[in-house]
Design a protein around this ligand. Structure first.
Ligand SMILES: *Cc1c(COP(=O)(O)O)cnc(C)c1O
Length: 388
């Protein structure tokens, strides 16, 4: 057996050869997408803080006040002494926005998915998941010990035939997908999906981490397909993207929420979110509801960029520019950083092999002139590479 350090060193060397080694880089963040990297001021096009609410004065003030009133932490699981009174207010607000009966706030989106799925499905059940589902959906599905069937990305014919072939193998069944795909920016086809789930007696769950605040008038992907709300009985999401803070949630009917309070291990055995985070989320949701003109900006900015580069019209504020090889994606990211734009390269295993990419995210407060300059850099120097 190698020593622990030899083992780690060997694994790291393998990752290095594949261009898959990752490092943490200190990054400061300021207003309107400004960031600092290595002492340099840059403009970030890779933050999920779509509405710039992490830096919003009202949101920061609410967090500061809750910090002073209630202290830095909740001191225990929500089931013990961690259930600060602000949680009930936040849950009522989330339920109203998402058109659900009730809501439950978790410590993070990752904790939500890994708590929800194993609480509802177990051995003898079956889960159908989109192949590009977020890593924590897959973690939750594996932890459940249910059979997991992966369908091709947004391919409803594939889902239909897999449901027909395998639904009967499970007692209870779940169809689960990102509402807005985190690395591709496209939406799950919920009208078809809700119909398929109903027809095959399966529960439907969406992970709307990138929907709340930016899609469907700010209410998320269930509201993005016309005036009629899609029938999604399990709407999960996070408070760490457009809401600008931290925490995860599920919106569902009351009995489901009540069951999770007793069953979700990531709720029962993990400390409640700090009061400042709960208060920040409430203040951010105030802004989201009061300022529809802010809510439409991220997708509008993404649309400007796509128009200028010649890419298809985006469905969300997330725009992938697929590069292919890991090292080329890293080079492209470095080129943009030299020009003052922070755009991280996303590599396997976060995305499928051969699809390393620049993942751009657009924020409400991005300056149209910066978007234009970034678009021409990407169009002229990355997509159309000058001959070597
Ligand atoms: C970010 C993200 C999560 C995890 O949420 P956190 O609150 O950051 O833990 C879950 N699902 C999707 C689709 C995400 O993009």
């Amino acid at each position: 057996m190698p020593s622990l350090n030899e083992f780690a060193g060997r694994k790291l060397a393998e990752l290095e050869t594949r261009g898959q080694r990752r490092e943490l880089v200190d990054t400061g963040r300021g207003m309107a997408g400004r960031a600092t990297r290595d002492g340099r001021d840059v403009i970030s096009f890779c933050c999920n803080d779509y509405l710039n609410l992490s830096q919003h004065p009202q949101v920061k003030a609410a967090a500061a006040e809750a910090l002073q009133t209630y202290g830095a932490g909740t001191g225990a699981s929500r089931l013990v002494t961690g259930n600060n009174p602000l949680f009930a207010e936040l849950e009522a607000r989330l339920a109203r926005i998402k058109g659900a009966e009730a809501a439950l706030v978790f410590g993070s989106g990752y904790l939500a998915n890994t708590g929800i799925i194993p609480s509802l499905l177990g051995e003898g059940d079956i889960i159908f998941a989109d192949e590009l589902s977020h890593a924590c959906i897959i973690s939750g599905a594996r932890m459940s010990r249910a059979q997991v069937v992966i369908f091709r990305h947004n391919d409803m014919a594939d889902l239909r035939s897999l449901l027909a072939a395998h639904r009967a193998e499970g007692a209870n069944a779940l169809v689960v997908t990102d509402g807005v795909f985190s690395m591709d920016g496209d939406l799950a086809p919920l009208p078809e999906m809700t119909a398929l789930a109903e027809a095959h007696d399966a529960w439907l769950m969406t992970d709307d981490a990138h929907g709340l605040g930016v899609i469907g008038g700010g209410r998320g992907s269930s509201f993005a397909f016309g005036p009629q709300k899609m029938n999604v009985p399990l709407q999960m999401g996070t408070l760490s993207k457009a809401v600008g803070g931290y925490g995860g949630y599920l919106c569902a009917d009351q009995p489901v929420i009540d069951l999770l309070k007793s069953r979700a291990r990531t709720l029962v055995y993990s400390t409640g979110l700090p009061p400042a985070s709960v208060a920040a989320a409430l203040a951010a949701l105030d802004v989201i509801e009061a300022e529809p003109e802010r809510v439409v900006r991220p997708v509008a900015n993404a649309a400007q960029f796509c128009r200028e580069v010649g890419l298809p019209t985006p469905e969300s504020p997330i725009v992938p520019v697929i590069i292919g090889e890991e090292t080329r994606a890293l080079d492209a990211s470095r080129l943009l950083l030299d020009e003052g734009y922070l755009v991280t390269a996303i590599r396997p295993p976060t995305v499928p092999p051969g699809t390393a990419r620049l993942r751009l995210t657009f924020m409400a407060e991005h300056d149209p002139a910066d978007i234009t300059r970034l678009a021409s850099l990407i169009r002229d120097r990355i997509i159309k590479r000058p001959a070597a």
